[in-house]
Design a protein around this ligand. Structure first.
Ligand SMILES: *Cc1c(COP(=O)(O)O)cnc(C)c1O
Length: 468
């Protein structure tokens, strides 16, 4: 405890501060937020300066600094025209419940300390496991993101492969496509594992036959995991999961599916069959903070046989015996990390409040908006689709634009707080890309952004200072 004066003031100030904090949060969640834009460090130093002082600024002044100067320099990832990377647009219920989780001082690592929270998180994990088609014994944990989720799954995969390997064999090869998410190569680096790339087919997909060739070339006994992607970040491509699963089964290799972004599509009946084969996976991740309307930071990691992950991840120490020797479900045993926030709770709360039909409907709605965007791009003579859309990512050219045009247009749109649409690159070419996961993004937003790209060139090239 910080001491007597802290507690005396605490009661005096608590009511006023609580009113302010709750009012701010409620307004932020209910009202359409501005997009906002970044400030430089110099600008922030001038506006905000030093805030940490010996006596403290007090709650109201600190809130004012946040609301007036800090928050407006942070992009609103739930703005309907934030279409870069993968946006994060939490449901109202999920965003509000994040406040409750923060206020509740719950330790989410063990059953002993957080049983109710762990129970609720496990209900949400089970909903996902059922979408995937995993058996009743499946289970896992919510990690901070797909990067830690993928790493944790791969650590469990290698641990399992090494435990099963013949004497003197230490499997250390991880097989995936070059188009797999950057976090897969990063996991290989962290684990000091070898990355073996498989060429994709013309549709950008990993398929069984090409995978089989690479595995045979490298030696099946050296490979500890195959990673397939259910919805690549740049294009939304779903690998041919059925044929990949078959090859993994043939060689007894761990089959991990990275569905950080696209895994949410499992909840949309209209596209569910594209994931066929996913039910054979040994581990799976999806980020509810991407296309499942949960706030940062939240990745669901699931294992077919959780005991294998537990053997790889449980930390052992005298001061932990009371936890690690207990038979109950301890989330911390299933991923890298020990202390954890019950970060799955906002997602669980929103599922419970809204029901799963609302999730299916919201995902179907974003698919419809993405279809509209694809049709608009195809219809307009100044634009060209790079590849047919698969989920809710659209990658396209603005005909006549060089790389610098995409960047200048994108910078100008952000400076005006009109839209956040950063370019991407593919095969050395700079391109435009929309990632649509926010149910608030409308056909009107898509039209407004495309109109601005269409009209911008003429204005931009005639404007004073253009081409500098
Ligand atoms: C976003 C993403 C990741 C990484 O997830 P983080 O939550 O950003 O760590 C991994 N794989 C894919 C396919 C992704 O789209």
């Amino acid at each position: 405890m910080i001491g007597q004066s802290y507690h005396a003031n605490k009661h005096a100030d608590l009511q006023a501060l609580a009113a302010q904090v709750v009012a701010y949060a409620e307004e932020r969640i209910r009202l359409a937020p501005p997009l906002d834009k970044p400030l430089t460090e110099t600008q922030l130093r001038e506006r905000v300066g030093q805030t940490i002082t010996a006596k403290g600024l007090g709650g109201l002044e600190s809130m004012r600094l946040f609301a007036e100067d800090l928050a407006p320099s942070c992009l609103s990832t739930d703005h309907p025209r934030y279409l870069s990377f993968i946006p994060c647009a939490p449901s109202d219920a999920a965003a509000m419940f994040d406040l409750v989780v923060g206020a509740s001082s719950i330790y989410g690592g063990s059953w002993l300390e957080g049983s109710g929270a762990v129970y609720a998180e496990n209900l949400a994990l089970r909903w996902i496991a059922d979408l995937v088609g995993m058996p009743s014994g499946a289970g896992g944990v919510f990690t901070p993101g797909g990067t830690i989720g993928n790493l944790s799954a791969l650590v469990a995969a290698r641990h399992t492969a090494r435990a099963r390997a013949a004497a003197g064999v230490r499997p250390n090869i991880l097989v995936a496509t070059e188009g797999a998410h950057s976090s897969i190569k990063s996991a290989a680096e962290i684990m000091d594992a070898e990355f073996a790339g498989v060429p994709v087919d013309a549709g950008g997909r990993l398929r069984g036959p090409a995978l089989r060739e690479v595995i045979l070339e490298r030696g099946p006994e050296q490979v500890f995991a195959v990673v397939a992607t259910a919805g690549t970040t740049n294009f939304g491509i779903i690998d041919d999961l059925a044929s990949v699963a078959e090859v993994c089964r043939e060689f007894g290799i761990w089959f991990h599916v990275d569905g950080a972004y696209g895994g949410a599509g499992l909840a949309a009946p209209s596209i569910r069959e594209r994931y066929s084969g996913i039910e054979h996976c040994d581990s799976f991740i999806v980020d509810p903070h991407k296309w499942l309307f949960a706030p940062y930071d939240c990745c669901a990691l699931l294992y077919r046989e959780p005991a294998l992950a537990r053997a790889a991840h449980t930390q052992k120490a005298g001061y932990l015996d009371v936890l690690t020797e207990a038979p109950e479900w301890n989330p911390t045993d299933y991923s890298v990390g020990l202390t954890r926030r019950a970060r799955g709770l906002p997602f669980w709360f929103s599922l419970t409040v809204n029901g799963t039909d609302a999730y299916a409907a919201a995902i179907e709605h974003t698919l419809n908006i993405a279809r509209y965007a694809e049709e608009e791009v195809a219809r307009r003579p100044d634009f060209e689709l790079v590849r047919a859309r698969e989920l809710t990512v659209i990658v396209f050219r603005r005909l006549g634009w060089e790389a610098a045009d995409y960047h200048r247009w994108s910078d100008a749109m952000l400076a005006d707080e009109f839209a956040f649409v950063v370019p991407t690159t593919h095969a050395g070419e700079t391109l435009a890309r929309f990632a649509i996961v926010n149910p608030e993004t409308s056909e009107g937003d898509i039209r407004a952004i495309l109109d601005s790209m269409q009209e911008w060139e003429a204005a931009g090239s005639n404007a004073p200072g253009a081409g500098e």
